[in-house]
Design a protein around this ligand. Structure first.
Ligand code: TYM
Length: 333
């Protein structure tokens, strides 16, 4: 059974992008794989996180994942900082990855913006930590949204260079799983920008805890063009906002954009938007309720995460120990 790893940052309330690009696709993968699902707090602190908020958001993220159908009995749900192997392997990978590779990372360029001198060194080496997350478990499949594609290519480059430098067929190749019609959910205000937890405008995104009225309002105000929906996906070319809303609708109903357009082609957004808002509420409301129910018992969530970390350590520690041996570190003890 192939081993899967994926992670999500507890840097805010998860968005519809996180849900459709990642979490929703994770759930069915659990039927046929051994999965590790990680709340990546080490990644989150690459930008400033207020400590109390980080702790709260880490628990909330775990609750959301459980509410969406992540199964901690059959799979491993845990917090990144609870398993030291991630940081240990990341240091070794900092010494394998080349600056030239990191300089090409578009997400770093986007996040650092014009103020490159002032961002943390952690933000720069962030992809090396991601490679460590995956390779510490010898995971071979990684379900992510489209924005993580370049980071996974870098992880493969690191694995290959490590194997070459240390003359060992040790780290396996990683296959990105970029799934579904909403692998890149765009901002509701600008169809050319990714929907993001960190966008300053709350109107740009649907948060998984938005109530029905907020969802309806955000969808009503979502930027669109004046034309009706086409009957075929080709008609969405150069219409990024229309393409985004159709993709969201398709992902929520587990169909394709073609099927959505076959049914709704010819409708204007005045008719389509209320249908989309109702659909969103019907999918997100049960998740929000279940998240709240789980958060009423934080000790239970913490116990689940502790048990997950113990299982994660049991897999990662021997792999990191072997990595250290290959590198030439003396055994501790
Ligand atoms: P993060 O926390 O930004 O996002 C978590 C997951 O959600 C996906 N995603 C989106 N998908 C579609 N449309 C969007 N607008 C959108 N926004 C986010 C992301 O692609 C991701 O799958 N570096 C990662 C977390 C990570 C990780 C890993 C992932 C750390 N280590 C190892 C895989 C393997 C991140 O910041 O995700």
């Amino acid at each position: 059974m192939a081993r899967i790893f994926s992670g999500i940052q507890p840097s805010g309330i998860p968005t519809l992008g996180n849900y459709l690009g990642a979490i929703r696709n994770w759930v069915p993968l659990q039927d046929e794989h051994e999965c590790l699902w990680c709340v990546v707090d080490l990644h989150a602190i690459t930008v400033w996180q207020e400590p109390a908020a980080l702790a709260r958001q880490t628990r909330e993220m775990a609750a959301v994942l459980l509410a969406c159908g992540i199964d901690p009995a059959r799979h491993v749900l845990f917090v990144q900082s609870h398993v030291r192997a991630h940081a240990q392997l990341a240091w070794i990978f900092n010494c394998v990855a080349r600056l030239g590779w990191l300089n090409r990372m578009t997400q770093f360029k986007d996040k650092a913006g014009k103020d490159r001198e002032a961002v943390s060194a952690g933000l720069y080496v962030y992809p090396n930590l991601m490679a460590a997350d995956i390779l510490a478990y010898h995971a071979t499949k990684v379900p992510v949204g489209d924005d993580q594609r370049q980071h996974l290519e870098l992880a493969n480059d690191i694995a290959q260079k490590f194997n070459h430098d240390y003359d060992a067929a040790f780290f396996p190749p990683i296959e990105p799983l970029i799934l579904g019609p909403a692998a890149r959910v765009m901002s509701l205000r600008d169809g050319t920008k990714k929907m993001s937890k960190s966008d300053p405008s709350d109107q740009s995104r649907i948060n998984l805890n938005d109530d029905a009225d907020t969802i309806a309002l955000k969808i009503r105000r979502a930027k669109t063009d004046a034309d009706p929906l086409p009957s075929e996906p080709e008609g969405l070319a150069n219409r990024p906002e229309a393409r985004n809303l159709v993709g969201i609708y398709a992902a929520l109903t587990s169909t394709t954009p073609s099927a959505v357009l076959a049914e709704h082609g010819g409708k204007g957004f005045g008719a389509f938007k209320p249908l989309l808002a109702d659909l969103l509420v019907s999918v997100l409301d049960p998740i929000a309720r279940e998240t709240d129910r789980l958060l009423a018992d934080p000790a239970e969530i913490d116990a689940t995460l502790r048990a997950g970390a113990a299982r994660a350590r049991a897999i990662a520690d021997p792999i990191v120990a072997e990595t250290e041996r290959l590198v030439g570190f003396l055994p501790p003890r």
